[in-house]
Design a protein around this ligand. Structure first.
Ligand SMILES: Cc1ncc(COP(=O)(O)O)c(C=O)c1O
Length: 393
């Protein structure tokens, strides 16, 4: 049996798979099992931030696992402590980290911190978490419920109580009450359609929440790891959240989830844990990814490649106004809104046939999440293929 046949027979059908199998990659290039080459404008949905087969990350991983891969969190783990230091220092916030394995797990941790904070702070038990419509926070039972998209709540109940959905940031104030523990937002909604929040509205929300001793929780699972220009989008927005969650791009392809918080004393030994979380493998990878990306940020290369990508995306958008209504996003988290949602699948499928991988977000957004190490040549090749892909639409 080939991979597709094995997959159909043995793997649960929870993903609508596209029939392509990539066998190798190099930076923003992918090769499939038929030897066909592609430019990758998706980086595995924002994960392979330093490109495919990054030599520095591979060498850090192999060096690490040839010594030790896993011991358990009962003992000190040098790369875990170093990864935490790198993340806290890159954020500029006075925080500590907890390591898990995914974005949803990171958000679960954030919710536990907020709820425990709410329980011990004051006489009234504060447990409510406000999230936004069109948000996406994960696939576990709790994070499905935290996700403010009604279509995600069709099955799997009964859900944990205490999630309240706001239409937008402006509505949050009217939903706060004595039981509100925190507000969790994405600064750029990813799965919801590459939708950046308004900076002033976010800064006003921060002030409002601080004045009410309610936690500001920022889900940076997709925006974090330099995707929007700084280590965290929270820095781009000029805010200081109480809790930040990370995953995707900070492991460069190795599973990792991180909760960062300034509430250092809330969780104590036994409150939370994760067998694999923060082991030598994932945190050695994260340390190297952090080094590579902070160097790119410091030497200006991240800024210049982000500008180049956005300039080429703008040109592509301007010459295809028949298909798209606007260009959206921040940094290398960008999208084009399509005029007609029906054409979106056609664009993505034609793009694949023409050798460039792109994504869908929300109902009507063509989404771009290229590796942050993408080169100008790769960008040019990708947009040339995309132009061919839409020429017949
Ligand atoms: C903003 C956001 N939060 C949480 C998640 C869930 O992350 P994971 O799939 O790693 O559990 C995602 C995944 O797309 C995300 O974009």
């Amino acid at each position: 049996m080939n991979t597709q046949e094995l997959d159909k027979k043995y793997v649960l059908p929870t993903y609508a798979r596209v029939d392509v199998e990539f066998v190798s990659g190099k930076n923003a290039r992918l090769t499939d099992s038929n030897g066909k080459n592609y430019i990758d404008f998706t980086s595995g949905i924002g994960v392979v931030s330093v490109g495919h087969a990054n030599e520095r990350v591979n060498s850090a991983i192999t060096k690490q696992i040839s010594n030790i891969t896993h011991t358990s969190n009962l003992y000190n783990i040098a790369p875990q402590a170093k990864a935490a230091q790198k993340m806290v220092e890159a954020s500029g916030y006075d925080m500590q980290c907890f390591f898990g394995n995914s974005g949803a797990e990171a958000n679960e941790g954030a919710i536990k911190i907020a709820r425990k904070f709410g329980e011990r702070d004051g006489e009234i038990k504060r447990y409510k978490i406000i999230t936004l419509q069109h948000s996406f926070h994960g696939r576990t039972i709790t994070t499905v419920k935290a996700t403010g998209q009604e279509s995600m709540h069709n099955y799997f109940g009964p859900f944990p109580d205490g999630f309240v959905y706001a239409d937008d940031i402006a509505q949050i104030e009217s939903l706060l009450d004595d039981h509100t523990a925190g507000v969790m937002i994405e600064l750029v909604q990813g799965e919801g359609g590459v939708q950046p929040q308004d900076k002033e509205a976010v800064q006003n929300l921060e002030k409002l929440l601080k004045s009410r001793n309610i936690l500001l929780m920022v889900d940076e699972v997709q925006t974090g790891g330099y995707r929007t220009g700084e280590f965290l989008a929270s820095q781009v927005y000029g805010i200081t959240p109480d809790i930040v969650t990370l995953a995707k791009g900070v492991g460069g392809g190795v599973p990792i989830g991180v909760v960062m918080t300034s509430l250092k004393g809330v969780l104590t030994a036994g409150d939370h844990g994760s067998t694999f979380g923060g082991n030598y493998l994932s945190t050695a990878a994260a340390c190297e990814v952090m080094d590579i990306l902070s160097e790119l940020r410091a030497n200006g290369e991240l800024k210049s490649i982000t500008e180049y990508f956005n300039q080429e995306l703008e040109k592509f958008y301007s010459s295809h106004r028949n298909l798209f209504t606007s260009k959206v996003g921040i940094g290398l988290m960008c999208g084009l809104r399509v005029k007609n949602a029906e054409t979106l699948s056609e664009i993505i499928s034609n793009a694949k046939d023409n050798g460039v991988m792109v994504l869908k977000a929300g109902r009507n957004t063509l989404r771009f999440l290229p590796p942050l190490t993408i080169t100008k040549e790769e960008i040019d090749e990708g947009f040339n293929s995309l132009k061919s892909a839409v020429s017949s639409i």
